[in-house]
Ligand binder design. Structure first.
Ligand SMILES: NC(=O)C1=CN([C@@H]2O[C@H](COP(=O)(O)OP(=O)(O)OC[C@H]3O[C@@H](n4cnc5c(N)ncnc54)[C@H](OP(=O)(O)O)[C@@H]3O)[C@@H](O)[C@H]2O)C=CC1
Ligand SMILES: O=C(CO)[C@H](O)[C@H](O)COP(=O)(O)O
Length: 457
């Protein structure tokens, strides 16, 4: 199999090494010649360089490939993708060639690019997760679409992807650009899980007075059981890291968190589709809040410690609360994928989606089994839901901020306890005559039910 790859940065370089290791012949190009040289040096050190051809010109890349060509893009999302596509067309790419955008592109761009390039080449989309390590040794690959070129390249992707229970974590999850939508939601869940772990750490550190190392030990114990996940594992490792003078690494790092866009798009799409993903939205806003001027005082751990209260948290209850809040983040993400799939008629297969998340990706976790078996799990976890309620209350009493923990509790409570929507319906009709829905799904006005002599002005 012969494949081309454009973009040899963090992801491209590692995916290239993975591809050639698995027997694929690769023609690779990056506009920066140093990136190509670096890759060649690595391939030589791994003994796989005979299958790698670095080119310094995109035209040379196209000429070296036999048609129909398969070209992967791992360049930053946005207009660069179009720029590279145009360069490839100018270099001689043809109608049966397939270009797969493997970056974190917005799925809406994927849909419009499919149309834009339909008479020039097959444009396909695939989200990849796993960071540098995943790309090198087995990522999760969320592809989509029904372009003919997939049949050529799928066997190679199945080989280089991570696998779980001998099943590949590569899948074409649905129609059109749904692979990029699924990757976007994967990242939305990633934001929520990362923030949730940070909140549990914060509660233990400032609410309960534990050291980073003690918290690392707690996370390690949880990881040994059914809470094992990649993000929890890297968090405990990070919390163990110290400088030579025994300063915790985390204390050397500023609080302002950056973002590249996928979390924001997840929140935007959820709001547009009317699907509630409060934990995912809270995580995006939590990052925004770390960058607002007023919260810069929070850079000083001591400041935060002085102005908050110590609380007594039962570790078993905290573990249960964390477990359920984590499951709820996936549940919200899956509900968003399901809703978008219905709206766009993508026919996204949720079982295949979950299979791509089982290994290789950033949000892999042993407890995904629970979700795979029963996506509607919320009614079954009574111990955990009691714990989430109790821990959220204690967390709030500490005076610290827990946006994702409390959003998860609110989400669960909204699903499982009586709603107060009846009063809001009444308010809307009272001032705006918007109508109210009745218990039997009829519609009417307040005045159809009661006499209102004079309204409040
Ligand atoms: N890093 C990660 O963990 C993950 C990233 N992704 C996504 O994968 C994509 C790539 O990410 P990543 O590898 O981290 O990004 P990098 O910035 O590390 O790499 C991008 C590479 O593309 C090169 N490039 C830019 N423009 C062109 C061009 N016109 N022609 C050829 N090469 C070009 C860049 O060169 P130069 O540096 O000189 O500009 C750089 O070497 C992004 O969409 C990202 O969101 C997806 C999953 C995980
Ligand atoms: O896709 C990824 C992981 O799955 C990338 O690492 C992505 O950049 C993470 O998002 P952000 O930079 O916004 O935190």
């Amino acid at each position: 199999m012969q494949v081309a790859l454009v973009g040899l940065g963090v992801m491209g370089k590692n995916l290239a090494l993975n591809l050639i290791e698995k027997g694929v012949t690769l023609v690779a190009y990056d506009k920066n010649p140093d990136a190509g040289e670096d890759l060649l040096r690595l391939a030589k050190s791994e003994g796989t360089a005979e299958r790698l051809h670095i080119v310094s010109d995109i035209g040379d890349m196209v000429r070296r490939l036999q048609a129909p060509r398969s070209i992967l893009l791992l360049v930053p999302a946005g207009e660069l993708v179009d720029r590279v596509c145009t360069e490839l067309v100018d270099a001689g790419v043809e109608i049966n060639d397939m270009i797969i955008d493997c970056g974190n592109s917005n799925y809406k761009d994927g849909i419009s690019r499919k149309l834009k390039y339909q008479n020039k080449f097959e444009f396909a989309t695939m989200g990849i997760s796993g960071g540098a390590e995943g790309a090198r040794h087995g990522p999760a690959m969320m592809a989509s679409g029904s372009e003919g070129g997939w049949e050529r390249i799928e066997p190679s992707f199945e080989k280089i992807a991570a696998s779980f229970n001998n099943e590949s974590c590569f899948a074409r999850v649905g129609h059109s650009a749904s692979g990029h939508f699924v990757k976007m939601v994967h990242n939305g869940i990633e934001y929520a899980l990362m923030q949730l772990i940070a909140e549990v750490y914060q509660l233990l550190r400032l609410g309960c007075g534990k050291t980073p190392k003690e918290i690392a030990a707690i996370f390690e114990t949880w990881s040994e059981g059914d809470l094992h996940s990649y993000l929890l594992s890297i968090s405990s490792h990070i919390l163990r890291l110290e400088t030579k003078s025994n300063e915790a690494l985390v204390d050397l790092i500023d609080n302002r968190v950056g973002a590249k866009g996928t979390g924001l798009w997840t929140a935007q799409n959820a709001l547009e589709l009317g699907i509630a993903v409060p934990s995912l939205v809270a995580a995006v806003q939590a990052r925004h809040l770390t960058n607002t001027k007023e919260t810069h005082a929070a850079k000083e751990m001591k400041y935060a410690a002085k102005s908050t209260n110590k609380v007594k948290v039962d570790l078993e209850e905290l573990k249960d609360a964390f477990h359920l809040a984590s499951l709820l983040a996936y549940r919200q993400g899956l509900a968003l994928i399901k809703g978008a799939s219905r709206s766009h008629q993508w026919k996204v297969d949720l079982a295949k989606t979950l299979q791509t998340w089982r290994a290789g990706c950033i949000i892999r976790a042993d407890y995904l089994d629970q979700i795979a078996k029963n996506v509607e799990f919320v009614d079954t976890l009574t111990t955990e839901s009691d714990a989430l309620r109790k821990v959220s209350g204690l967390a709030i009493a500490s005076g610290l901020a827990f946006p994702v923990l409390t959003a998860s509790q609110t989400y669960l409570a909204t699903l499982t306890t009586p709603s107060n929507g009846h009063l809001v319906q009444a308010q809307r009709d009272y001032f705006g005559e918007h109508g109210i829905k009745t218990h039997n799904d009829g519609t009417c006005h307040l005045t159809d039910l009661v006499e209102i002599d004079a309204k409040v002005r």
